[in-house]
Ligand binder design. Sequence first.
Ligand SMILES: C[S@@+](CC[C@H](N)C(=O)[O-])C[C@H]1O[C@@H](n2cnc3c(N)ncnc32)[C@H](O)[C@@H]1O
Length: 327
Amino acid sequence: MDTTHRDLYHAFVDQGLDAWLAKLPKQLARGLDRKRYGDLPAWEKAVAKLPVLPAERQVWLDRDTVTVELALSDAQRRQSENLLLKLAPWRKGPYSLGGIHIDTEWRSDWKWRRVAPHLSALAGRRVLDVGGGSGYHAWRMAGAGAAFVLVIDPSPRFYYQFQAVRHFVGDADGGRTHFLPVGIEDVPAKLEAFDTVFSMGVLYHRPSPLEHLQQLKDALRPGGELVLETLVVEGDETTVLLPGERYAAMPNVYFLPSSAALCQWLERSGFDNVRIVDEATTSLEEQRSTEWMTFQSLADFLDPEDPSKTLEGYPAPSRAVVVANKP
Ligand SMILES: C[S@@+](CC[C@H](N)C(=O)[O-])C[C@H]1O[C@@H](n2cnc3c(N)ncnc32)[C@H](O)[C@@H]1O
């Protein structure tokens, strides 16, 4: 067994994810392939060089800021901060690790506050977070009592950000939280293994949204719950925006349905009990440049004359959360 990923393999065995287990060696090798990702060795080194931490620590996964309190010397704190900065840009958070506050581009806690009240209680559930970024929401899911949380995200930078946070959290989550650097298309077909599947901020990046919904449904056990968050536009069930090359300066943005159209997509995909539980326009306080994400952010992607529009003239980002069940 590849000992680097021993905990992940053990978790897959414990969870009875046999159909997936055999694929892990190849998926890990591809997801963390140094030939594909030139910066990967630097990220790996940064995580490996994080200082050995005192065993004594207090960890809060149920706070807005995922927090690890432990006693670091000034030198250890400086060293840790420098290493964590090598993993920048940090987009999803916030985190407080040994007194280092990682002020991420996104206040992902705001999204979690919009989503969490509408979920079936996560306690004891087996959860998949598709496109989970650095894993911020996964820690919050573990904090809400989930028995097993798996983030899948093909970005190796986010994989190493997760491993850096893992270094600080240690085993305080009981080893319930994991990250596999793959995309939704790598989840074995018809897995039907998860009680709750999250797909937040992913659907609009998929060129075939109905295929994405089918893949999410395949990962759920019968009766399981889908929690999906995506960009929406105003309109009725016939309204869908397909922007040009860019939307709010982002490439790879495909379909933005109205909330009503989104519900219809889910119903046509065979989900039951489909309901929109939240709608919100993204504010300049929720997504902004910080010391940990120094590139341009939302304020730069809106029309300076009319912030209700993107630079390209489309409606400014607005998001809906929809919850549904697999029959
Ligand atoms: C906008 S971010 C959303 C992050 C987080 N879920 C949130 O809501 O804050 C979209 C994420 O989807 C990931 N992603 C891109 N292609 C994917 C795929 N094929 N399968 C799963 N995740 C994917 C990206 O790497 C990125 O982390």
